[in-house]
Design a binder for this molecule. Sequence first.
Ligand code: DAK
Length: 250
Amino acid sequence: MSVVVDRQDAVAVVTIDRQEALNALDVETLTELRDRLRELAEDYAARVVVLTGAGDRAFVAGADIKYMGSLEPAEAKEWGALGHEAARLLEDMPKPTVAAINGFALGGGCELALGCDLRYASSNARLGQPEIDLGIVPGWGGTQRLARVCGLGVAKELVLTGRQVDAEEAFRIGLVNAVADPVLEHALEVAGRLAARSPVALRVAKRLLNLSPGALEREAEEFGDLFASEDAKEGLAAFAEKRPPRFVGR
Ligand code: DAK
């Protein structure tokens, strides 16, 4: 099994383990990852998902280049759809997703991290979209998400030149939220804090943050709807009563 899910209370840690190829994604590994993410998206007990790579060298060094070498256009489309689904699950599942980037996050690896809501990097991390050096382009949402996260100017430079950045630069350009060692420990600490928040409010906040700009009416509507939840009433009341809130997830 190359994708392992480990439960730590309400936090699910998903580890991609294909260390002989720096956790590069072949069909089997990517299918397994997609299947685990589908399950976790539906699993109410998992309130936060942390994604990381096994070992201390790589998060994910990309899509498996050796596998891609023999793809026909129709197969490449299927391969693209599989990666897209995995990244979209991370982006859209109704709970926070956190990438603990413990080394190389290149190509499809960087794109999976970009699908996550939060990204933390170890100081030895290296990120980038080097596909252009292989004569291809980012195929799992990288062109869109990198531009959204870092701005169009940065995305154009990284995608068009294939230049990779170290952890400090990734932080400076907003590609990661912080640099921390050991990165998984830091990601778990943040995940633990998120797991104590209202799942209802987190779900709505994430959905709203993911809306395209200009969707302000929707924000106003969903903000209003949220006031029907027990959690909103409890959170607001707890503040006024100077006590910690007890969120029930409704
Ligand atoms: N694929 C397959 N094997 C990989 C790999 C990868 N992406 N990255 C590393 N490996 C393997 C190496 O081949 C090597 O295996 P052996 O030769 O020992 O069997 C092993 O991992 C250790 O790697 P190195 O010996 O190269 O280790 P180094 O420390 O010297 O170098 C490195 C580490 C990360 C700098 C280097 O391995 C490297 O440059 N790797 C490739 C990084 C890369 O270019 N990643 C982006 C891949 S392209 C699309 C769909 C998807 C995509 C695009 C389009 N469509 C449907 C249109 C996605 C594309 C990508 O992700």
